[in-house]
Design a protein around this ligand. Structure first.
Ligand code: NDP
Ligand code: HEM
Length: 481
């Protein structure tokens, strides 16, 4: 048998006894100088960090992006530099509303977050399995999330809050229709698509800008459960997605997604009949066809879930030269919100944790703070900027082309004149009769306990999408009564 390593305290002092506390006599009391006991109890008290305020329950793995098609005419990002180019990826999938211990098989949007460790820093795509979202103005995000979390008095999820908010926010119809359809309850995350959802920008070597949307199409096909199937599954195991992803990868069955983009020129963006920066809208494929970029494959499980998945910090603010943001108001709020959440949840130097640390040189002038464990990679005299000691300096070659903006600063009514019904109608048109019946039944089930005036307000929205939609839900509600 091989020699076991000697157990030590965190300071490296050998431990003589890890079974028995130090006591005065065999029956106690214990002695304060039993530092090993105190350290163990103290560490245990600090084993939890705040869970993510949303997307708390998650599953993750590492993998590779391999470029299969040349898109350098649109973006100079180093990840796309040549066909065959490989970039390491970290993926974290999640549900949105449930807490850290929530069951996996719940009807909810799935988070689809990817971190590409490029030579020019980390590029994060923090998307969902839906191409659109419930709201289009970030001022409504905390309100929306309150409706998905627990009621302050009952401490229970509230159907009334959810449908009250949705029925007062018609921009949610598109996403609500996906959520209540078959794809709202996937069996696991290998069988979902991922979408960057927002419009981002690409910038090419000639410094031309294009607007772009990101799509990750599952190569495993789509699989979902009905509500009844999911109820039975949760009775058997609350961790079905973790089991599926972990053991698929452990057994060498590596999930893959076809990474595609849609591209819109700045000129086209001025002429679409919808706002191309509105997160509640897709760009129809017939007008903006998918262009293949590469394949994302997940092929390695993390060694330590807490260190590598719980402490992973994804943020839409992480973009690289050749990829930028857009005027989407939701995206702009997210550029602030995520790093703010990480500083609170993980601490000031969260980007230096191994899972978050870029795999390229990092040079900045941020200084002290909790857990400053890494040394400066630069001359210690160059701790401010500008300096005369050869410290890191800006580089104008990375400047993005200017974005032309016009309009007076004001609080514009984002619901004014916005068509919230055509795209949900196009989606409804894709559903066959079986899918429609399940959509109606899922909606009716989720309306249990909701006051009639709220249901009526929502039915009026369904009617505007398509009379068959409203009437289908009415019939399903009558069936359930
Ligand atoms: P297309 O027929 O060209 O594309 C339909 C898209 O819908 C495909 O991407 C398909 O994904 C997806 N889809 C198919 N069935 C479902 C479902 N049950 N739930 C959610 N998505 C589904 O049409 P358009 O581009 O004109 O879009 C029509 C509608 O399709 C949109 O209003 C939108 O609701 C939905 N959609 C559109 C997307 C887009 O980017 N244009 C993306 C996703 C959905 P898959 O190939 O994986 O089956
Ligand atoms: C997680 C804010 C909209 C996808 C989070 C977190 C915050 C947040 C604070 C927790 C971050 C952490 O603690 O690590 C917001 C705000 C939004 C918004 C303010 C709108 C204004 C969206 C949208 C998408 C999205 C539109 C998808 C298109 C995700 C995902 C995660 C997440 C996938 C989990 C990331 C991970 O796996 O660590 N969001 N969010 N969010 N959000 Fe959002």
């Amino acid at each position: 048998m091989s020699q076991k390593p000697i157990l030590t305290t965190t300071a490296g002092n050998p431990v003589a006894d890890n079974q028995n506390s130090l006591s005065a006599g065999p029956r106690g009391p214990l002695l304060l100088q039993d530092y090993h006991l105190i350290e163990k109890l103290a560490h245990q008290n600090r084993e939890r960090i705040p869970e993510r305020v949303v997307h708390a329950k998650g599953w993750g793995a590492y993998g590779t992006l391999t470029i299969t098609n040349d898109i350098t005419r649109y973006s100079k990002a180093s990840v796309f530099s040549e066909v065959g180019k490989k970039t390491q990826v970290l993926a974290r999938f999640s549900t949105v509303a449930g807490e850290l211990g929530a069951a996996d098989a719940e009807r909810d949007v799935r988070g689809f977050a990817l971190k590409f460790y490029s030579e020019q820093g980390n590029w994060d795509v923090v998307g969902n399995n839906t191409p659109i979202f419930f709201i289009r103005d970030p001022l409504k995000f905390p309100d929306f999330i309150h409706t998905q979390k627990r009621h302050p008095k009952t401490n229970l999820r509230s159907n009334t809050a959810a449908w009250d908010f949705w029925s007062l926010s018609p921009e949610s119809l598109h996403q609500v229709t996906i959520l209540m359809s078959d794809r709202g309850l996937p069996t696991d995350v290998r069988h979902i698509n991922g979408y960057g959802s927002h419009t981002y920008s690409f910038i090419n070597a000639a410094n031309q800008r294009f607007w772009v949307k990101f799509h990750f199409k599952t190569l495993q096909g789509h699989k979902h459960w009905t509500n009844d199937e999911a109820a039975a599954v949760v009775g058997r195991s609350r961790e079905t997605t973790q089991e599926d992803l972990f053991y698929s990868i452990e057994n060498g069955d590596f999930p893959k997604w076809r990474f595609c983009i849609q591209v819109m020129t700045e000129e086209q963006a001025r002429n679409t009949r919808y706002n191309p920066f509105d997160l509640t809208k897709v760009w129809p494929h017939a007008e903006f066809p998918l262009i293949e970029v590469g394949i994302v494959e997940l092929n390695r499980n993390p060694e330590n879930y807490f260190a590598e998945i719980e402490q992973a910090a994804f943020s839409p603010s992480n973009v690289v030269p050749g990829i930028g943001h857009s005027p989407d108001k939701m995206l702009q709020a997210r550029v602030f919100s995520y790093a703010d959440a990480h500083r609170y949840r993980l601490g000031t130097h969260y980007e230096a944790l191994p899972v978050n640390a870029p795999k390229c040189p990092v040079h900045h002038y941020h200084k002290d703070g909790a857990m400053r464990f890494f040394a400066s990679s630069q001359n210690p005299d160059a701790y401010y900027e500008p300096n005369s000691f050869g410290g890191p300096a800006q580089s104008a070659e990375y400047a993005e082309p200017a974005v032309a903006i016009d309009g007076a600063a004001d609080r514009y009514d984002h619901r004014d004149g916005n068509d919230d019904y055509s795209q949900p109608r196009a989606l409804f048109g894709l559903f066959d009769e079986g899918q429609r019946q399940r959509l109606f039944a899922n909606i009716a089930a989720s309306m249990a306990g909701v006051p009639q005036f709220i249901i009526d307000r929502q039915l009026a929205h369904f009617d505007k999408v398509h009379p068959d939609y409203g009437n289908g839900v009415r019939a399903a509600l009558a069936d359930g009564n």
